[in-house]
Design a protein around this ligand. Structure first.
Ligand code: NAD
Ligand code: UD1
Length: 342
């Protein structure tokens, strides 16, 4: 039946991945405790695909429960999204982040051993590279000391998975290092649901355009970049979801065990001002913004060398920055219409 366990499958990237898994013929089994997501997302996945994913509501860090709840399925692979991800909060409550992000990963590895599931895709982040010395960033770029407990959990989980692999050569694992996921499903039925004031650029832009925030502050325009603002590699969340489908297919078809680390980005960097201008242009909306101080801890520029993922997973981005910003705005308008609490 090709069941895939998707921890955190009701979240932003997880929900888009469940849609693409279903479209590709897989049966996602979502494990989510809804600590940072809403239950209606499960119905929305059904609305988009015509198929309701199986939901196991609970904490994937609770291994006895997980093992018990999944006993009746033969699960071919696991995509482990579940984690806390707020960088600022992680500096104030580091133990919460170590407990959830490391704890859930340990629990999943134990679950793989007992369930016999061999294939793991892990959600990592380009944050493991810090400010790289050479751009674009290849997978060989050295990891830099983490800027936050959140970033450290990603580095630690990568190390834990690698160490575990050395002890159990039956497993096949890929850690996908995401660059900056943005946008939403074109149906505007699922998208990002930031709690409180968003830290990330695109949700702040859409909420400002919607009048929820008064003004966007551009964090610094005196960086060593063409227009002085920071550069990132923004990837459409649907493209990122498709990378997970390719990754899980790759692992299932692979005979030999492996552990590997793969950048998932477009290979193109865009500045903050380029994102703002593109958003205004494609959506015909004017954004209220001002130039402010630099944000402490910000990386000046980072974008992926995507040649490894292009080659190994035969995957490349299909969607443009324009489409991502159109979809992000369509999603924001849909949230407003339904008066979803923000
Ligand atoms: P999200 O918060 O929208 O989704 C995470 C989901 O996991 C939520 O539905 C939450 O309820 C659930 N969850 C958290 N802890 C859980 C637990 N112990 N048991 C069960 N469910 C749990 O986050 P996202 O943006 O979809 O990110 C998914 C993954 O990708 C995370 O590991 C995140 O660190 C990583 N990542 C995200 C980004 C980004 O910009 N969004 C960038 C790089 C890496
Ligand atoms: C943040 C996280 C990083 C995580 C990544 C992907 C921090 C320090 N880092 O990085 O760990 O992997 O998200 O989700 O939080 N910007 C503004 N004004 C705003 C918001 C952002 O100018 O109101 C700028 C930032 O300075 C940055 C760019 O927009 O240059 C993107 O910011 P953001 O969306 O927060 O992503 P990252 O900084 O890449």
């Amino acid at each position: 039946m090709n069941y895939i366990l998707v921890t955190g499958g009701a979240g932003y990237i997880g929900s888009h991945t469940c849609v693409e898994l279903i479209e590709a013929g897989f049966n996602p089994i979502i494990v989510d405790n809804f600590s940072n997501s809403e239950k209606f997302v499960i119905d929305r996945i059904e609305e988009i695909t015509g198929k309701k994913p199986i939901l196991l509501e609970g904490d994937c860090g609770n291994n006895p429960w997980l093992t018990d709840a999944t006993k009746k399925y033969k699960i071919d692979g696991c995509i482990h999204f579940a984690a806390f991800k707020a960088v600022g909060e992680s500096t104030k409550e580091p133990l919460k982040y170590f407990e959830n992000n490391i704890g859930s990963t340990l629990s999943i590895l134990k679950w793989m051993k007992t369930s016999g599931c061999k294939n793991l895709v892990f959600s990592s982040s380009c944050t493991v590279y810090g400010q790289p010395d050479i751009l674009p960033v290849t997978e060989q770029s050295p990891k830099k000391p983490a800027e936050s407990p959140y970033g450290r959990t990603k580095q630690m989980c990568e190390d834990i998975i690698e160490d575990y692999y050395k002890s159990d050569k039956n497993i096949k694992a890929l850690a996908l290092r995401y660059f900056n996921p943005i946008g939403a499903h074109p149906s505007a039925l699922i998208g990002e649901l930031p709690l409180g004031v968003p830290n990330n650029l695109v949700p702040f832009i859409t909420q400002t355009a919607a009048g929820i925030r008064e003004k966007l502050t551009v964090f610094g325009n005196d960086y060593d970049t063409p227009d002085g603002t920071c550069i990132r590699d923004y990837i459409h969340v649907v493209d990122l979801a498709l990378a997970h489908v390719s990754a899980i297919q790759f692992l299932i078809n692979k005979d030999e065990s492996l552990v590997d680390f793969i950048n998932v980005g477009t290979g193109v960097g865009n500045s903050v001002l380029e994102v703002i201008n593109t958003f205004e242009q494609v959506n015909g909306v004017q954004l209220n913004y001002e130039i402010g101080e630099r944000r402490s801890g910000d990386i000046e520029k980072v974008y992926a060398d995507a040649s490894y993922i292009n080659k190994i997973l035969c995957w490349a981005t299909r969607k443009s920055l324009e489409q991502a910003l159109e979809d992000a705005w369509r999603w924001q308008k849909a949230i407003n219409k339904r008066a979803y609490k923000i």
